[in-house]
Write a protein that binds this ligand. Structure first.
Ligand code: ATP
Length: 241
């Protein structure tokens, strides 16, 4: 049987900050319509990986293929148009803009204005607190609402691949659970593919199909999430619990 198609495949990716190398030959594959959780200690290179995939950082070596297309040298705007959305750590909500204005930024590159309006309605349907607070400014929102807004803004672009950096950071356990449930629903109902960086390993593995463990700028394990959930020895060796 042939392997299921990968929406994202990364080979021998090397990235650094100036002369300082951080990723040393990262390989990974994310199958269409699945959630992959990128796990690992602080400083392992998880955020750097997402920055390289979304075009914020330029790789020094290696290849990134997204939906079969080589992304080397491609501009960020093109990546967004091709269906790649990045929700960065800290979420990037603009405090001086209203909820609605923040959401509309997600549709900036969309040519199909009618569908962009539909996507906006869907986000309000998905996140009722945002609908109630659409005229409020970003900085007036709670942490959980800001997380919703960042996710909502990414979804307005109708991404095929969502890169999510630490969505649970600073959120109450109930809100984390809601966020994970939403990701599962989007995967199951719309075929969304997600690459999820998380410190909250248990929550991430509960929703993920694949676990990718990084250490010191390398992928040291890529395995079905169920194996990492069920195999205590493996979990202990790679995740320390
Ligand atoms: P964390 O969970 O703490 O965010 P991480 O796995 O996401 O960890 P990165 O943030 O990707 O790790 O950091 C990987 C390495 O790159 C670290 O050694 C870090 O000090 C370094 N680094 C991160 N950002 C920069 C930067 N802007 N300039 C220089 N070095 C950086």
């Amino acid at each position: 049987m042939s392997a299921p198609p990968a929406l994202l495949s990364v080979e021998a990716l090397a990235v650094g900050y100036g002369p300082v190398p951080v990723l040393h030959g990262v390989d990974l594959r994310v199958t269409t319509g699945t959630i992959a959780a990128v796990l690992g200690a602080n400083g392992a290179g998880k955020t750097t990986l997402l920055r390289a995939l979304s075009g914020v950082l330029r790789p020094t070596a290696g290849t990134v293929r997204f939906a079969g297309e080589d992304l080397r040298g491609v501009r960020v705007e093109h990546l967004v148009r091709r269906g790649l959305a990045h929700v960065p750590e800290g979420r990037g909500v603009i405090g001086e803009l209203t909820v609605e204005e923040n959401l509309r930024l997600g549709a900036l590159w969309r040519a199909d204005r009618a569908d962009a309006a539909r996507a906006l309605d869907e986000v309000y349907h998905l996140f009722a607190p945002l609908a109630r607070r659409r005229r409020h400014l970003g900085h007036q929102l709670s942490g959980g609402e800001r997380q919703m807004l960042a996710l909502g803004r990414a979804l307005v672009a109708r991404p095929r691949l969502l890169l999510l950096d630490e969505p649970s950071l600073g959120l109450a356990p109930r809100v984390v659970a809601q966020t994970m449930a939403l990701l599962r629903r989007l995967r199951d109902d719309t075929g969304l593919t997600v690459l999820l960086v998380e410190q909250n390993v248990r929550s991430a593995l509960a929703v993920a199909d694949q676990g990718i463990v990084m250490a010191l700028g390398r992928v040291v394990l890529a395995a079905p999430a169920a194996r990492l959930r069920d195999d205590a020895d493996l979990r202990h060796a790679y995740l320390g619990f």
